[in-house]
Design a protein around this ligand. Sequence first.
Ligand SMILES: C[S@@+](CC[C@H](N)C(=O)[O-])C[C@H]1O[C@@H](n2cnc3c(N)ncnc32)[C@H](O)[C@@H]1O
Length: 198
Amino acid sequence: MKPKNGYNKWAKFYDYIENKMPIGKFKKEAVSHLKGKVLEVGIGSGANLKYYPKEIEVIGLDFSKEMLNLAEKKIEKLNLKNITLVEMNIENIQFPNNSFDSVLSTCVFCTVPNPQKGLEEIYRVLKPGGSAIFLEHMKSKNSFINFFLWILNFLTINILGTSLLRETEKTIRRIGFKEIKVKNLMMKDVLRLIIVKK
Ligand SMILES: C[S@@+](CC[C@H](N)C(=O)[O-])C[C@H]1O[C@@H](n2cnc3c(N)ncnc32)[C@H](O)[C@@H]1O
């Protein structure tokens, strides 16, 4: 399944499943690191919207129109004036170099078809000294855990186009970011909070 089609097809079930995942507190923590003008990539149905302070200016992008429609409804419900949504591909971000103070990505790089390209784009649009905050699940360093991820991966790849075996931390390290801080959060090192600077 192509990820864009997968998320368009299954968007109506996303919030139900997302609400059952015990990672809201980690998303809240990730948002707490954001400053200045923010770009949230792969904003999806807007799971992080409730954590943003009202004074922070946020642009949220996603390539799934159906997911963006869900985010739009949350924006209306919460009466948020500081969030703008755009339909856009992370691999081709339509903003100039050095545009944002912070970039946020939560549970996105398991799905981006060309993660290296997407990360290079994030680097390009970040201002020098700006921070990118990644809350991402990825392949573990533990082979036993990876065996279970490998089995589940058959489902997620076919249904959503999402991989459970991406080596996202390694890819982030290749881009040229500095001051890389990594915190393992769940299932040993499967869910990680990675904070980097340009
Ligand atoms: C698992 S959802 C996460 C949504 C949200 N960040 C959250 O934490 O609930 C992944 C999202 O990334 C989006 N996505 C994946 N690859 C993308 C790309 N190349 N460009 C834009 N959006 C992308 C999908 O459409 C989907 O909405």
